[in-house]
Design a protein around this ligand. Structure first.
Ligand code: ADP
Ligand code: MG
Length: 501
């Protein structure tokens, strides 16, 4: 269904594409197909397990045997409502399933059961954050959602298994999909990428879709048109079935420039369906765009309208987890993290849980620093997820405590982290056993400072005129004490002994 196009975009876009005859604005609207997390399919009891043997998860309903009737899976309905709530969207207490008629070998029914005029979820909002720019700032943009409807997924045709035949695998046939249709509110490939990333984060937090794009659990149709800044909407092309965020960005960049070149040559854009070729980095025509009336939509006579109560919705709302926007507000507002650091923690629910476990009763900023700069870096290096981290939250917490109380310096803390990563153990006990404690005893530090000054009389002389040289002495003392001296104490003593004010 094509809604009347109105420009609902706020704030004003900042980025335009320069053409030969002036600037152009790219307009993007996305249709995201998200496979619902549920054990069984939308209208049958067959399993939804990914990677099963071909055609092993196919019930008589999925195979469209004569006389079989669809029965709605209530869990899929709950998942769609949860997702709608996660997008602050209007939940429709009454919705209707329609037949979308077309022929394809991977669609045994000859029609897809979908929702057309009355979807389960109406208008909503997805907040995205684009950036950071060179100054580390993010731009906050609100992307409108037009609707979310439930529909059946199709099976898979396989054309590369045999020289003269095509095969079909119906395992995916009838799995529940949520189609989330955005308003044409995005104005750059970066915004489109941020939107898909955010939507994926939201469904993952909610547990309503696993968001695994490489397994096809989330697929995106990308609608692109161009116009003069602020002018009339142009004709769109739709790039089908994209399953990589990076390729979505590349496809938009290519497609916008292709359209601009045509328009600047005095041509016009044909509304069509296109495919992206990741090897060439180009989009190419697949077919001219079909219209809604081509599908002969009508209400499915096998299914009653889907009706539920506001109490049912309220119950589901009560059990929703804390979502990315709320967590970001908490991390930036209460803990005092930068927007950038917060975005790294919020990117995955498992990182938030880890952070919360470390930060409980501790300095949140220090906890975040440790997780972002040390733990995530190390995990990334060895391609391990945070759930499988050999260093657990209480151990990072222990390290943070030792830094905070001045028992170890930041440098020693890094060594301690490496030891725990390799060998495990209790941070405080390791520090005790291996003599890693920071030296705060001024007598010992004083001796080390005296030694370094005595060994470098020329530099000590110069330091009186060039106070910056004090830093060099501090470095030498730290080295001499194996990094264990308290840096503040060293700093104070060096300046005092060198006679720097
Ligand atoms: P269809 O199934 O025919 O593609 P939908 O209404 O499901 O229609 O989706 C249309 C999508 O195209 C929406 O995401 C909408 O925002 C987007 N869109 C509509 N007009 C334009 C346009 N001129 N430029 C870019 N995107 C557009
Ligand atoms: Mg479409």
């Amino acid at each position: 269904m094509t809604p009347v196009l109105v420009d609902t975009r706020t704030p004003e876009p900042k980025r335009f594409i320069a053409g030969a005859t002036g600037d152009w604005e790219v307009i993007i609207g996305l249709e995201v197909h998200a496979q619902v997390t549920s054990k069984a399919k939308l209208f049958s009891g067959a399993s939804t397990k990914f990677g099963a043997e071909a055609n092993s998860n196919v019930s008589l309903v999925d195979a469209a045997m004569p006389g079989m009737l669809p029965v709605i899976n209530e869990e899929c309905v709950a998942q769609a409502v949860r997702t709608g709530l996660g997008m602050k969207a209007k939940i429709n207490l009454r919705s209707v399933f329609d037949r979308k008629n077309y022929f394809y070998p991977d669609l045994p029914q000859g029609y897809q059961i979908s929702q057309f005029k009355d979807p389960i979820v109406g208008e909503g909002i997805v907040n995205i954050s684009v950036g950071p720019d060179k100054k580390g700032n993010f731009e906050e943009v609100e992307i409108g959602v037009e609707r979310l409807h439930l529909e059946q997924d199709a099976g898979k045709s396989m054309h590369d298994q045999h020289p003269t035949m095509s095969f079909v695998d119906l395992n995916r046939t009838g799995i529940a999909l949520m189609e989330v249709v955005s308003k044409p509110d995005m104005r750059s490939s970066d915004e489109a990428k941020a939107y898909v990333t955010k939507l994926r984060t939201i469904v993952r937090y909610l547990g309503t879709c696993d968001g695994n794009m490489d397994q096809g659990s989330m697929r995106v149709d990308v609608n692109v048109s161009v116009r003069r800044p602020g002018g009339e909407f142009g004709t769109r092309c739709e790039i089908k079935n994209m399953n990589s965020i990076r390729f979505i960005g590349q496809a938009i960049e290519y497609e916008a420039r292709r359209q601009i070149a045509i328009l600047e040559d005095g041509g016009k854009i044909d509304q069509e369906t296109r495919l992206f070729d990741p090897v060439k980095g180009e989009t190419r025509s697949m077919r001219s765009k079909e219209d809604a009336h081509d599908y002969r939509y009508f209400p499915d006579p096998d299914l009653l309208p889907l009706v539920f109560t506001q109490e049912y919705v309220d119950e589901l709302a009560k059990d929703l987890p804390e979502l990315p926007d709320e967590i970001t507000a908490r991390l930036v507002g209460d803990v005092g993290l930068s927007a950038y650091d917060a975005s790294i923690i919020v990117s995955e629910k498992a990182i938030v849980d880890y952070f919360d476990a470390v930060a409980k009763g501790r300095d949140g900023k220090l906890a975040a620093n440790w997780i972002i700069n040390n733990l995530l870096g190390k995990l990334n290096e060895v391609s391990t997820t945070i759930d499988a981290s050999p260093v657990k939250p209480d151990q990072i917490g222990g390290i943070v405590d030792l830094i905070k109380e001045g028992t170890i310096s930041g440098k020693i803390a890094k060594d301690l982290f490496e030891i725990i990563w390799e060998e495990g153990g209790d941070p405080a006990a390791i520090v005790e056993e291996r003599g890693m404690k920071q030296v705060t005893d001024t007598g010992a530090i004083e001796a080390a400072v005296d030694e370094v000054i005595a060994a470098n009389p020329d530099k000590a002389q110069q330091a009186v005129e060039k106070p910056n040289l004090a830093g060099w002495f501090v470095g030498q003392v730290m080295k001499a004490t194996g990094g264990k001296a308290n840096p503040q104490a060293v700093q104070a003593l060096v300046r005092q002994k060198l006679g720097i004010e």
